[in-house]
Design a protein around this ligand. Structure first.
Ligand SMILES: [Zn+2]
Length: 269
């Protein structure tokens, strides 16, 4: 069942826990991987720069999980005759835009080479992506006639995934978004995450887009909608510094010389 607007209004406003450098990893901060799949990393619709993200993505998953945060991942997961496939529209070219009917309305969609067909190797998580910390997988775009960029809803919001409920059940207030592609599924997920009431953070060095100009425009739109922009590398550095301070503090406490560095660090952030 999809959330209604009334449901959204009833929720508390998002916390400011993720106000740039003030973000502290913990159980209320989740990491969302968008479409880190073979076809988008090395396959039929490979996103430039996508493969280079993998080490950072893996490090982020380890850091978020170590702090007790939830880690989820989406997969584009289409039937072979999906409406977004150029092969479903004879005479059309990849990246053409066509109108499709959904729920009595006409929606523009972009056509792509066939990708992420359910059950095919291209739909699997990319080789080199360490999914050991992924606790929940959202498969989207499973209906032939519906495009679904966002990990929360299909394009026409006629249906939703279980992602928002899954996050809320874990007490998540802040969602860190990374993966591919910036101007498509990443952007749609960030905007829907904000609409769902989550403090939503785009990790700018942990995303890659198909088109540079369109990606920049999408990031501007996300920021205007309320998304926080942050570098994943910076988050990792802060996480390591916080852990080191906490370790130093506990060692000092064990030695009978309690020092408050960890608490002070968190307060400053
Ligand atoms: Zn797709």
């Amino acid at each position: 069942m999809c959330p209604t607007d009334a449901h959204k209004e009833a929720r508390a406003p998002p916390s400011r826990a993720a106000d740039g450098p003030g973000l502290v990893l913990g159980p209320s901060v989740a990491l969302m991987f968008i479409d880190v799949q073979d076809d988008f990393i090395r396959g039929s619709l490979a996103v430039p720069g996508g493969e280079a993200l993998l080490p950072l993505l893996n490090a982020l998953a380890a850091a978020v999980a170590a702090a007790g945060g939830a880690v989820a991942a989406s997969q584009d997961y289409h039937p072979p005759d999906h409406v977004s496939f150029v092969s479903s529209h004879p005479g059309r070219q990849p990246f053409d835009t066509v109108q499709v009917e959904v729920g009595g309305c006409s929606w523009p969609i972009k056509l792509f080479p066939p990708h992420c067909v359910a059950g095919s190797p291209g739909a699997e998580f990319a080789e080199g992506f360490d999914r050991q910390h992924v606790q929940h997988v959202v498969r989207k775009g499973r209906q032939a006639g519906l495009e679904s960029f966002s990990a929360f809803y299909d394009m026409a919001h006629t249906g939703c995934t279980d992602l928002a409920d899954w996050l809320r059940q874990r007490g998540v207030r802040t969602v860190l978004v990374c993966g591919v592609a910036t101007e498509y599924c990443v952007g749609a997920t960030v905007l829907d995450g904000l609409a769902e009431g989550f403090e939503t953070v785009l990790l700018t060095d942990a995303v890659a887009g198909v088109d540079e100009v369109a990606s920049r425009g999408a990031i501007t739109e996300m920021q205007r909608a309320g998304a926080t922009l942050m570098r994943g590398a910076e988050l990792l550095e802060m996480s390591r510094a916080g852990a080191a301070a906490a370790e130093g503090s506990s060692k000092a406490a064990a030695a009978g010389q309690a020092q408050p560095q960890a608490a002070e660090l968190r307060k400053e952030q």
